[in-house]
Design a protein around this ligand. Structure first.
Ligand SMILES: [Fe+2]
Ligand SMILES: [Fe+2]
Length: 316
C-alpha cells in the first residue's frame, strides 16, 4: 500500500482529503503542522508528501526544505496545497524542489490525478535509476578490459553508440534496446582471458594466439550466465564473431541461424575496427569501410542489416 504523509492544519479539509485518498487504497499519515509532519516523515518513510503551506509552528516551505535535506527525502514527490497565491510563493517553492501544486479549492478527481501522476513519474524514475546503476557497473567492467588493450581505446563506447543507432533503425522495441546497450558494452568482456601480450602484439598472431583470441565470446558468455539482469544479453556476446557464410566463431552458425543480436553487432563491431587504427592495419575512412561492408554483405554480414546500417549511418 502506498504511504502518503498528509499535512494540513484545517481539520475539516484534512479529514475530507484523508477519506478521498483512503477510499482509493492509499495509507495516510495525517499531521497538522510542519514540525509534527517532519517527525512522522522520519518515523514512517512515506512515498509521497502532500502539504499545506501556511501552518502554525512550521510552515510548508520549512517542511519542504527540511525533507529535501534528508537523504531519504531528497527525491520524494512533494505536493503543495495552496490558496491562489502570488507568483513569488510559487517560485520560492520551485526553488526548494516542490514537484507540483494543487490550488484550493480542488475536487477529488484533481487530487487523485495529481497524486497518481506524481507516483507514476516517480516509478519511472526509479526504474531508470536502477538501470543506470547497472550500466555504471557494466561500464566500469568494460573499461577495465579496455585498459588492457590500448589499441581498442574508445571501442566499447563507439560500438555502444553505433549499435544503439542501428537498433533504432531496425525498429527494435525498447526492451531489446536496453539489452542491446548492455550487450554492446560487454561484447568483448571475455578478452579478460586473453593474455596482455597477445592483445598488445603488433605483428601477425600465431595460430595458438588466434586460438586464445577466439575464446573471448565463449568466455564472456560464461561470465554473464550467473548474472540475472545480464543473462538475456548473452547472444550479443556469444555471437558477434559469427559470419553470415558460416565460417565465423565460436559456433560456425550461418545466415539466420545466427541470432539477430549477433548479426547486428558483427556489423558495427567490424565497422569500428576498420575505421580506427589497429596494430595490424591503418584506419579506413567511413566511405572505404562502407565499400568493404558492401563487398562483404552476404559473406560476413547479414545483407539486410548491412543495408540498414549504411543507410542510417549516412543519415546521421
Ligand atoms: Fe570481439
Ligand atoms: Fe569488439
Amino acid at each position: 500500500m502506498t504511504r502518503i504523509l498528509l499535512v494540513e492544519d484545517d481539520v475539516f479539509l484534512l479529514d475530507v482529503m484523508r477519506s478521498i485518498l483512503e477510499i482509493e487504497g492509499y495509507e495516510i499519515f495525517p499531521a497538522s503542522n510542519g514540525r509534527e509532519a517532519l517527525d512522522l516523515f522520519v518515523a514512517t518513510r512515506p512515498e509521497m508528501v502532500i502539504s499545506d503551506i501556511m501552518m502554525p509552528e512550521m510552515d510548508g516551505y520549512e517542511l519542504l526544505e527540511s525533507i529535501r535535506a534528508i537523504p531519504i527525502g531528497a527525491t520524494i514527490p512533494f505536493l503543495f496545497l495552496s490558496a491562489r497565491t502570488e507568483r513569488s510563493d510559487v517560485s520560492r517553492a520551485r526553488a526548494l524542489g516542490v514537484d507540483d501544486y494543487l490550488f484550493k479549492p480542488f475536487d477529488a478527481p484533481e487530487l487523485l490525478g495529481a497524486v497518481r501522476s506524481r507516483l507514476e513519474r516517480r516509478r519511472v524514475l526509479e526504474m531508470f535509476d536502477t538501470r543506470s546503476a547497472h550500466l555504471q557497473t557494466v561500464l566500469m567492467l568494460a573499461n577495465v578490459i579496455e585498459t588492457r588493450d590500448p589499441y581498442t581505446a574508445g571501442h566499447v563506447e563507439r560500438v555502444r553508440r553505433l549499435a544503439l543507432s542501428l537498433g533504432f533503425a531496425l525498429g527494435w522495441d525498447s526492451e531489446e534496446i536496453i539489452l542491446l546497450e548492455f550487450g554492446a558494452i560487454l561484447h568483448d568482456i571475455g578478452k579478460i582471458v586473453v593474455p596482455r601480450t597477445v592483445l598488445r602484439k603488433t605483428g601477425p598472431l600465431t595460430e595458438e594466439e588466434w586460438e586464445l583470441m577466439h575464446q573471448h565470446p565463449d568466455a564472456g558468455a560464461r561470465m554473464l550466465e550467473g548474472v540475472d539482469h545480464l543473462k538475456a544479453a548473452i547472444p550479443y556476446i556469444l555471437h558477434h564473431h559469427e559470419w553470415w557464410n558460416g565460417c565465423g566463431y565460436p559456433n560456425g552458425l550461418g545466415g539466420e541461424e545466427i541470432p539477430p543480436q549477433g548479426r547486428m553487432l558483427a556489423i558495427v563491431d567490424a565497422f569500428d575496427a576498420m575505421t580506427t587504427n589497429r596494430p595490424y592495419h591503418a584506419s579506413m575512412t567511413a566511405r572505404e569501410a562502407f565499400a568493404e561492408i558492401e563487398r562483404m554483405k552476404g559473406v560476413y554480414f547479414d545483407p539486410h542489416m548491412a543495408d540498414v546500417f549504411m543507410k542510417s549511418y549516412k543519415n546521421e
